[in-house]
Design a protein around this ligand. Structure first.
Ligand SMILES: O=C(O)CCC(=O)N[C@@H](C(=O)O)c1ccccc1
Length: 365
């Protein structure tokens, strides 16, 4: 199988409703898609970088540049695991690298007829769906949003929090919907160890976890915080590789891990993070970056691995988008089905892509 080139495409994906986190509000996604063309098949990759470097150092235009100028020219083969090694000489840019790896994996698997789930080691045909709820304009508006998601069947609610919007919204959700709802919070690094006493007030609400309360590089303080509060700590931004996961776990900086393939440089490394966490008895769940149906297909396949014992941010397509670019992922009994077809098992709709494209460029290999 010979590598012929990559089509890079940016598409506009308006969000159904603005999505507010502790680092900003998103109204639409500027998504970079890769379509790799080989002598035998094509493959799709999705870069999860945001338009601005707010979640991590990567951003879409930077990913376009590093993929064009360095990552694609470094490729010696279609083989995804070899490609990851080829790209490793360039520092950083895990989301850009993950998009290239994903496209190559998809092309390889479509050619061989194997599904993403089978390749990764999926043990389930569907996965329980959690949903992420942004910081709301008011408590009543939050409660109505949560009520709607619970009515749709979501089995886990994740509330974004930040200083000034934490204990009250969590208490309101608990008081309104009871103790049985699986509930967790995500701070996106908005607090410091000085907030420990305040964060300990969340222990009253029997949360599954508190996600990334402190800064990405603050493992020592996370370990100190873990000794001051009862709610399990989960890390997201801090876990940049399997090695980082092992280090954070050994320090006692986290008791749960959110796995995001884009953050760790691809699906192969994501599986290694899973394997390290399983070896340490640490539960994992699949995080989300508002992916289109392409990235969602790969994430749902990953979330079907045995160590993913907590519901992930693997929501239905209509959580974020009025219309997806692939067949939409839907909620069935609180679960999302793992695609069974070769590769990702989904393909983008040509018309939808065309309507949404803002830029396309062919990069020959
Ligand atoms: O459901 C989803 O795909 C989004 C889940 C979610 O909350 N993602 C957060 C996060 O910090 O994990 C995020 C959103 C936007 C950008 C970066 C990160």
């Amino acid at each position: 199988m010979k590598l012929e080139g990559f089509e890079l495409r940016r598409i506009r994906m308006p969000l159904r409703t603005p999505f507010r986190t502790s680092f900003g509000t998103e109204h639409e996604r500027d998504v970079l898609l890769l379509r790799v063309v080989t002598s035998e098949s094509e493959g799709w990759g999705e870069c999860v970088a945001m338009s601005s470097p707010l979640y991590s150092a990567e951003y879409v235009s930077g990913a376009v540049s590093v993929i064009k100028r360095f990552l694609i020219p470094s490729l010696s083969t279609v083989d995804a695991s070899r490609a990851v090694r080829d790209m490793a000489r360039f520092k950083g840019h895990p989301m850009a690298k993950a998009a290239v790896e994903m496209a190559l994996l998809d092309a390889q698997l479509r050619a061989s007829g194997m599904s993403f789930g089978t390749f990764l080691g999926a043990v389930r045909e569907s996965v329980p769906a959690g949903v992420s709820v942004g910081i709301a304009p008011s408590i009543p508006s939050l409660l109505s949003t949560v009520e709607d998601y619970l009515a749709q069947g979501y089995v886990r609610i994740k509330l974004k929090i930040e200083p000034g919007w934490d204990v009250s919204p969590v208490r309101a959700v608990r008081e309104r919907f009871g103790d049985d709802v699986q509930l967790q919070v995500d701070a996106n690094a908005a607090y410091t160890l000085a907030d420990a006493r305040h964060l300990a007030r969340l222990d009253d609400f029997d949360l599954l976890l508190i996600e990334q309360p402190l800064a990405e590089d603050d493992l020592r303080d996370h370990a100190a915080l873990a000794r001051l509060i009862r709610t399990p700590l989960c890390l997201d931004e801090s876990i940049t590789s399997a090695k980082a996961a092992a280090f954070a776990i050994s320090l006692g900086a986290c008791q749960v891990v959110n796995i995001k393939p884009g953050r760790v440089g691809g699906y192969l490394e994501a599986r290694r993070v899973h394997d390290v966490c399983v070896a340490h008895g640490v539960p994992v769940w699949c995080g989300g970056m508002l992916e289109t149906g392409l990235g969602r297909a790969a994430n749902v396949a990953l979330a079907a691995l045995p160590g993913f014992v907590l519901p992930g941010d693997t929501s239905a397509s209509d959580r974020y988008y009025v219309e997806d670019i692939t067949e939409p992922f839907v909620l069935e009994g609180g679960r999302v089905r793992v695609p069974g077809g070769a590769g990702l098992g989904v393909v983008p709709d040509g018309d939808a892509l065309g309507e949404r494209s803002t830029w396309v460029e062919w990069v020959p290999v």
